[in-house]
Design a protein around this ligand. Structure first.
Ligand code: FES
Length: 93
């Protein structure tokens, strides 16, 4: 089950797969869907609004109606906490 995390006005969705954590924007790029409330299937998350899908690792679109990748950040585990650099340069998907 993904975790919804709000910090400094930004809402993130945090996923764990195996022993790694992944952080993406909680807001779907197609509309107001909350990806932390989405269905997780392997490394994909399905938006609960219109069932568009994104790759949790890269943010790439995996299914319509989404056409724009979702923002991702690199998760670092520091002293048992998950940290990101909110200003991290966006990776291409
Ligand atoms: S709002 Fe997410 S697929 Fe439409």
């Amino acid at each position: 089950m993904p975790l919804r995390c709000e910090l400094n006005g930004m809402v993130y969705a945090v996923f764990v797969m195996g022993d790694r954590y992944y952080v993406i924007s909680d807001t779907c790029t197609h509309g107001p869907g909350s990806l932390s409330e989405g269905y997780v299937d392997g490394c994909e998350v399905e938006c609960p609004f219109h069932q568009g899908r994104f790759d949790i690792v890269t943010g790439a679109v995996r299914s319509a109606p989404c056409t724009v990748p979702v923002r991702t950040w690199t998760a670092h585990v520091v002293d048992g906490c998950i940290e990101i650099d909110p200003d991290e340069v966006r990776r291409t998907s």
